[in-house]
Design a protein around this ligand. Structure first.
Ligand code: 3MF
Ligand code: MG
Length: 343
């Protein structure tokens, strides 16, 4: 029995298209996906604004809220919660040069419209968290934007969201690059600094994705620990990554098992989940997978996470203390390796 509640987004089950090739699997309807998520043991669903309300750009605020309420009824039917809503600010023609930090004022206003509607959708779905994955907030040509101005625009946009809804909480999902070359807010350290510069730091925190930390050359467990020390880690996207290349969204733990162990360990030791936080997955199944294997990466990631929970329950803190007292870290390291490798 896991001590955590787990969440997943509908985009975790996808058709297999990548930058160099088309889809390899059929689209699975939204309701079928969430039904399967429930059967697999997930407790909550992560949403993009247009996962909940497709075609929202062509709808009024009332119409958007009406559609979102239908999705809430569907969640209720399967006894699932909504964890967060994230404005998808990277697909639209208005966000070619970024959203909140676009050089175009009109496009910055479009990004705000999507952010405000995301808050409306979150309220209709009964959740109080917005995620900002700042996909195109940065540069692909360094001289095209001022790093000072873009940082200020980002803080201003967050302030406007905090003013729009006095209860909403914002989690910044940091990523150093891809699709941009250089992001405005690449690490959780940056997110914490942005938080403290807003009008209500108590409502601005972070979401750490394992692969994103690795792309920044950082250890995800340390990023998690840093934000937890600030009381501001409100979400995670656990997955894995083979080195500093494109964002792979591999199943949790399949490349870096010890790092995965330490992510779970820091979450468990510091009471993650005590305020209702979910352990989120953000994983992609391999493009080679056939239709009937569309969920295998989720099953595997959940299984690995839960197996690591069990390992951590067995972690001998007395033995660790002794090794630390004796400054015998070689023995401590070997203890961890044996713990992970023994059945
Ligand atoms: C990209 C991501 C995103 C975000 C999602 C929710 C598509 O690297 O991780 O997944 O997690 O948009 O904010
Ligand atoms: Mg993510």
């Amino acid at each position: 029995m896991s001590r955590f509640k787990y969440s997943v987004g509908p985009w975790n089950v996808h058709e297999g298209a990548d930058a160099y090739g088309p889809a390899t699997r059929e689209t699975i309807p939204f309701e079928e996906k969430i039904k399967s998520f429930k059967q697999m043991g997930f407790d909550a669903i992560q949403f993009h604004d247009d996962d909940a309300v497709p075609d929202m750009n062509n709808m009024t605020q009332d119409e958007i809220i009406g559609e979102a309420k239908k999705v809430k009824a569907l969640l209720d039917k399967y006894d699932l919660k909504a964890e967060f809503v994230a404005p998808r600010l990277w697909m639209d023609k208005h966000t070619i040069d970024g959203g909140f930090t676009s050089n175009s004022k009109e496009d910055r206003e479009f990004a705000m419209w999507r952010a405000f509607r995301s808050i409306d959708i979150a309220n209709a779905l009964g959740c109080d968290k917005i995620v900002l994955w700042l996909a195109r907030e940065g540069t692909i040509c360094y001289e095209s934007k001022s790093p000072v101005q873009t940082t200020k625009w980002l803080i201003e946009a967050i302030n406007r969201m905090l003013e729009y809804d006095k209860k909403i909480k914002i989690m910044i999902e940091t990523k150093p690059n891809e699709p941009v070359d250089r992001s405005v807010c690449p690490t959780l350290g940056h997110a914490m600094a942005i938080s403290s510069a807003t009008i209500d730091p108590s409502r601005v925190g972070g979401l750490l994705e394992s692969a994103h930390a690795m792309l920044a050359g950082l250890d995800p467990a340390s990023e998690i620990g840093f934000a937890m020390a600030m009381g501001k880690l409100w979400g995670v996207h656990l997955n894995d990554q083979n080195g500093m290349k494109f964002d792979q969204d591999k199943s949790f733990g399949v490349e870096n098992l010890r790092t995965a162990f330490n992510q779970m360990k820091v979450l468990m030791e510091n009471g993650f989940g005590k305020n209702g936080e979910y352990i989120g997955l953000d994983v992609k199944v391999m493009r080679t997978q056939k239709q009937d294997g569309s969920y295998k990466h989720l099953e595997n990631s959940l299984k690995i996470a839960k197996m690591l929970e069990e390992k951590i329950m067995k972690f001998d803190y007395e033995f660790q203390k002794k090794c630390v007292e004796e400054r015998d870290y070689e023995t401590l390291e070997m203890y961890v390796m044996e713990l992970l490798m023994k059945g």
